[in-house]
Design a protein. Structure first.
Length: 217
């Protein structure tokens, strides 16, 4: 069974998807980590991110493994290295590269084949798994999302103003939503869930209830 969770950064997707997978006894697939890993590899090997062919070649060449929440590129653990602000910023080139998108979608399908998986990203319910049994699209108020991001950065010792975060976030949302392929949008059959004023625990409980209803029905 495939459960997809899509939505913008800061809507709580990642934590909700991890916890939901744990509660259901499903595997968890973080597809954002794949785009980040390709970005990291290109930065590391000085590959011009603005050159779509070079980036697509790099994605095909590198070995990418996702094992128990750890991400490995050519055998090296890059789980932390792919979370830097530089990788976050530069990942837009990889996310906008259609050849890479097709390649990663194939990889996502092969990783999920015959398994019970909660998969999280932007295009999981629309492009990667249009026939998924249960689809969610998490949203949250832009200010609340930026506040969450600010708290997360503060925990890592970084101070960024709310205005700056709101601006970056709105650019990213626009790019994600307007992409030619794999644009971020809710599938027609997705449950759209607003997480703005709800504790994460309650969000996960709601997702679990909806999945169990689907399994039962
Ligand atoms: O969710 P995240 O911040 O880890 O995503 C990293 C980048 O990958 C970001 O630019 C959005 C992009 N992405 C995507 O285009 N499609 C996905 N299924 C997942 C992430």
């Amino acid at each position: 069974m495939i459960v997809t969770i899509d939505g913008p950064a800061g809507a709580g997707k990642s934590t909700a998807a991890r916890q939901l997978a744990q509660r259901l006894g499903f595997e968890f697939l973080d597809t954002g980590a794949m785009y980040r890993a390709v970005t990291w590899y290109c930065c590391q090997h000085k590959i011009d991110l603005a050159d779509p062919h070079a980036v697509a070649d790099a994605a095909r060449r590198m070995s990418l493994e996702l094992v128990d929440d750890r991400v490995q590129v050519d055998g090296e653990d890059v789980s932390l290295a792919i979370r830097t602000p530089e990788v976050t910023r530069e990942s837009r080139h990889v996310a906008g590269n259609n050849v890479v998108r097709q390649f990663l979608v194939e990889l996502q399908r092969s990783l999920a084949a015959g398994r019970n998986v909660v998969t999280e990203g932007r295009d999981q319910g629309t492009v990667a798994f249009p026939h998924a049994e249960c689809k969610f699209f998490l949203v949250a108020d832009p200010r609340e999302r930026a506040l969450r991001r600010q708290r997360e950065l503060e925990q890592r010792g970084q101070q960024v103003s709310l205005e700056e975060l709101l601006q970056q976030q709105s650019h990213r949302d626009q790019r994600d939503a307007e992409r030619e392929f794999g644009a971020m949008r809710a599938a027609e059959d997705a449950h759209v869930i607003d997480t703005s004023c709800v504790e994460l625990e309650q969000v996960v409980a709601q997702l679990e209830r909806l999945v169990r209803e689907r399994i039962g029905g």
